[in-house]
Design a protein around this ligand. Structure first.
Ligand code: MLT
Length: 398
C-alpha cells in the first residue's frame, strides 16, 4: 500500500512564486486589458550576448556530426568547464581544484539536494527571511529542526551565528531576498563557528557577480579555514542569463570535515549522489558556460549585470522619492522595502497590483521576519522598469 510522504503536509500551502502567479492571473482575468509590470521573480530578461550564443551554437553543431557527437558525459561535468571555473577561482586567489567542482543544471536543485548527504537528524540553520528552497527541501527530507537566524534592520539583515550548536548553516550572500551582503568579518564569524562545532556552511553565491564594492567577498573561500567547513553553490543563471538554459556548479572541497567524517568523505558522497541521481548538465549548456567564462564572455556578461544594476538604481531612487525606506539594490539585484503605513506584505502586494499594476514579492513569503517587507527585483527590460516606477509614483496611494 503506497503512502505519501507526510512531510509535504508540513510545507506552506504553495510555493511562493506559484502563489504570486496565481494572484496575478486572477487580477488579469478580472481586469482585462490592464498592462501588468513584473518586478516580482528574479528572472533574467535580456538577450544572451554574442559570445555565449556562439558557444551554444558550437554545442549544437557538435551534435550534428557523429565524430563530435556526445551522449551522456561525465556526471560531474565537462572537464574543460570544471577547469575553467577552477582557473577563475585561482585568479581570485582561491584554490578550488576541478575535482572539487561539480557542474549541475543550476543552483536551485543543488541547494535543494545537498542536504541529502547529511544526517536526517541534522539541525539546519537558515536566515529569516530566506530563499524558500532551503527550508522546503529540508522539511521534505524530514530534517530534525530548522533554526531561524533573524535578519532585521538592526543587524543590517546579516545575522550572527546561531546561539546554539547546529549542523548545517545556509547562507546566501548577496542575499535573496534582502539584497544585503555579508562582509569578510561577518563571514569569518560563521567560519569560526562552523570550525568550532564541525558544522557545514552551505554558501549560496548565485548573486556574487552583482557585488560592486571590491571589499565585499564574492566567495566564502575568501575566508581562511572555510575550505574545511563550507560548500559553495553558484550559477550561470543570474551572472550570464542562463535562467532558461540551466547551468550551475557546486564546490565540495576535499578538505571538508564533519563530526563523523574526515577529509574527502563529503566530496565522495556528493559524487555518489550525483552519479546516482543526475546524468550531467546539458552538453550544449556547458559549451555556453565555457563561452561565458571566456574573457569576451565575462566582459559581455558584466555589461548585462550593469544594465540590471541600473534598473536597481531607478527603482531605488523612485521609491525613495516617495519616502519609502529601501534596503539592498547596491550590490545585489534585489531591493527590500519596508511596507508603507505598516501594511502587511500581502496587503501591499494587492495594493501595488491594483493601484500601480506592478507585481513584486511579499516579504512574508520568505519567512516570519519578512512580514512588513516587500521585495522588488531589478531584472527586467529598462523601459518596463521605468514604466513601473512611473506608475508607482503616479498611482500608488500612500
Ligand atoms: C527569485 O525570484 O527569488 C529567484 O528567481 C529564485 C530563483 O532563482 O530560483
Amino acid at each position: 500500500m503506497a503512502k505519501i510522504n507526510k512531510n509535504y503536509n508540513k510545507l506552506q500551502a504553495g510555493y511562493l512564486f506559484s502563489e504570486i502567479t496565481k494572484r496575478t492571473k486572477a487580477f488579469q482575468t478580472n481586469n482585462p486589458g490592464v498592462e501588468i509590470m513584473r518586478l516580482g521573480i528574479g528572472n533574467t530578461t535580456e538577450a544572451l550576448p554574442p559570445s555565449i550564443i556562439k558557444g551554444l551554437r558550437i554545442g549544437v553543431e557538435k551534435l550534428a556530426q557523429a565524430s563530435t557527437y556526445t551522449g551522456y558525459t561525465d556526471e560531474q561535468g565537462d572537464k574543460r568547464l570544471r577547469q575553467a571555473l577552477s582557473d577563475r577561482y585561482k585568479k581570485r586567489g582561491i584554490s578550488a581544484g576541478a575535482a572539487e567542482i561539480f557542474i549541475s543544471d543550476g543552483a536551485k536543485p543543488d541547494t535543494a539536494n545537498i542536504q541529502s548527504i547529511f544526517d536526517v537528524k541534522s539541525t539546519v540553520a537558515v536566515q529569516d527571511p530566506v530563499y524558500p528552497v532551503y527550508v522546503d527541501s529540508n522539511i521534505i527530507a524530514g530534517k530534525k529542526e530548522i533554526y531561524y537566524m533573524v535578519c532585521e534592520e538592526k543587524n543590517g539583515f546579516i545575522p550572527s551565528p546561531p546561539g546554539k550548536k547546529v549542523d548545517l548553516i545556509y547562507l546566501c550572500s548577496p542575499n535573496n531576498p534582502t539584497g544585503a551582503v555579508a562582509t569578510k568579518a561577518q563571514l569569518k564569524k560563521f567560519v569560526d563557528y562552523a570550525l568550532n562545532f564541525k558544522s557545514i556552511i552551505i554558501f549560496d553565491a548565485a548573486y556574487s557577480e552583482y557585488i560592486q564594492d571590491p571589499k565585499l567577498p564574492r566567495s566564502i573561500y575568501e575566508i581562511p579555514g572555510s575550505s574545511k567547513c563550507a560548500i559553495e553553490i553558484n550559477s550561470f543563471s543570474k551572472s550570464a542569463g542562463f535562467t532558461g538554459v540551466r547551468l550551475g556548479w557546486t564546490v565540495v572541497p576535499i578538505g571538508l570535515i564533519t563530526e563523523t567524517s574526515g577529509p574527502g568523505k563529503v566530496n565522495e558522497l556528493w559524487n555518489r549522489r550525483q552519479t546516482t541521481m543526475f546524468n550531467g548538465a546539458s552538453n550544449i549548456a556547458q559549451e555556453g558556460g565555457l563561452a561565458a567564462l571566456s574573457l569576451e564572455g565575462q566582459r559581455e556578461c558584466k555589461k548585462i549585470i550593469e544594465y540590471y544594476m541600473d534598473n536597481a538604481k531607478v527603482i531605488k531612487q523612485g521609491l525613495k522619492s516617495l519616502g519609502i525606506v529601501v534596503f539592498g539594490g547596491m550590490n545585489a539585484p534585489y531591493l527590500w522595502i519596508k511596507t508603507p503605513r505598516s501594511l502587511s506584505s500581502w496587503e501591499f502586494f494587492d495594493k501595488l497590483l491594483s493601484e500601480a499594476h506592478v507585481v513584486g514579492t511579499p516579504g512574508s513569503g520568505f519567512g516570519p521576519h519578512g512580514e512588513g517587507y516587500f521585495r522588488f527585483s531589478a531584472f527586467g527590460h529598462k523601459e518596463n522598469v521605468q514604466k513601473a516606477v512611473r506608475n508607482i509614483k503616479k498611482n500608488l496611494k500612500l
